[in-house]
Design a protein. Structure first.
Length: 397
């Protein structure tokens, strides 16, 4: 019983850490561009400030994961959160710092966003979960983290525009820093100081980044986030106009929450039955079908149903991919493998948002965006199907 309580606390804290990173991005997402344009006339610099966070997150995933394999998960989690808090403070103080050092505030904001991303803890957190959670409960634990991240995204996008008139965009950065500080303290008390993965061999970057089985899952993760970010770029603009802002918002809440609950239940069943690979494939198929059908605004009930399947598929895929990756590698290579997966995920987000923005300027292609992205993710079902199941997985080659 005591062991279960300890594991439960670790799951909760790690889920909150991962959710914080998502919340920090989504809080400022609806209000960032107007604020950035008050600091500079360059739309390009504003775009760099917004996308720089995801770029450095992608770059740092593997180094952070590999360092956690060598020195332990707890020290790297604490270091990553410290860097995140520092970067958030820099971003929040962009204007006064810029005035003090004599540079345009936009450059200070870019620096703060880049520093925020350097504290990449997602790979370390998911590696810790796969270390301490029994295999039969692993996908369920990762589903909790995935749902937490999804909920944080929804809360951030909804609450950000409400808080911004009260505390401003700098205040949103300070809020993110304060949350990071609270989680730093929680990590100190919840994560055991002596917890380390076992070490049997020196880890090489090539051994995890180019492992054929893991690479198939990494590509699936890229396609998953590519589709999600592109969908979330287009859907608010189209659905908000077609359905009205009020209807769009409450239907989105229903779709995310119901889909997430269904994904948690399904992930537990997949764990018990040893069908995580099949669960991942079905989730990818739901993402593909859902993203191709999310333009069914004429029938509201069908739109909601499709949305539930889509967001449920995304939550399921978010949970199953790290579990499958974790099963491919021993403890001393797991952090690096999670880093590789998260690198592909964050690059997928960066590319998905960029491509969607470019396509959205061509009105006649807008209806094809979601369908084309759905096709991309559906193809990954075949890719995932070739990955050995957890029961037959041996040592990564």
């Amino acid at each position: 019983m005591a062991q279960d309580i300890r594991v439960g606390r670790i799951i909760l804290v790690i889920a909150l850490v991962i959710a914080l990173r998502v919340l920090a991005v989504s809080l400022i997402l609806p209000v960032f561009s107007p604020y950035g344009l008050t600091l500079t006339d360059s739309v390009l610099l504003v775009g760099i400030a917004l996308g720089g966070y995801g770029l450095t997150m992608a770059i740092m995933q593997i180094p952070m994961g590999m360092m956690s394999d060598r020195w332990g998960r707890r020290p790297l989690l604490l270091a990553g959160l410290s860097v995140f808090v520092f970067g958030s403070l820099i971003a929040g103080l962009a204007e006064p710092i810029g005035g003090m050092v004599g540079v345009d505030a936009i450059w200070v904001l870019i620096a703060g966003r880049l520093v925020e991303g350097v504290g990449a803890v997602s790979s370390v957190g998911t590696a810790l979960l796969t270390d301490v959670v029994p295999e039969e409960r692993r996908t369920f634990a990762l589903a909790i983290a995935g749902i937490g991240a999804g909920t944080a995204f929804l809360v951030g996008v909804s609450v950000g525009p409400v808080l911004e008139p009260l505390i401003g965009v700098p205040g949103l950065f300070f809020l993110a820093a304060a949350l990071g500080a609270v989680l730093f303290v929680a990590l100190i008390f919840v994560i055991p100081s002596g917890l380390k993965p076992e070490h049997s061999e020196e880890v090489g970057l090539r051994s995890v980044f180019f492992d054929k089985r893991a690479l198939r899952l990494d590509v699936a993760g890229f396609a998953m986030n590519f589709t999600l970010i592109a969908t979330m770029f287009a859907l608010p603009l189209v659905a908000g106009e077609q359905l009205g802002e009020g209807t769009y918002r409450w239907t989105l809440i229903v779709m995310v929450l119901v889909g997430g609950v269904l994904a948690i239940g399904a992930s537990r069943g997949a764990d018990k039955a040893g069908r995580v690979r099949m669960f991942s494939a079905v989730s990818a198929l739901l993402i593909g079908l859902g993203s191709a059908a999310l333009l069914t605004f004429d029938m509201l009930w069908l739109y909601i149903l499709v949305g539930v399947l889509y967001f449920g598929g995304h939550a399921g895929q978010s949970a199953s991919l790290p579990s499958l990756i974790g099963a491919l590698f021993p403890g001393n290579r797991r952090g690096a493998a999670m880093g590789a997966l998260n690198t592909w995920l964050y690059f997928g987000s960066f590319v998905g948002g960029t491509v969607a923005a470019l396509l959205f300027e061509v009105d006649t292609l807008l209806p094809l965006i979601l369908a084309a992205l759905g096709l991309v993710v559906s193809v990954t079902v075949l890719t995932i199907g070739r990955v050995p199941s957890r029961r037959t997985t041996g040592k990564a080659h």
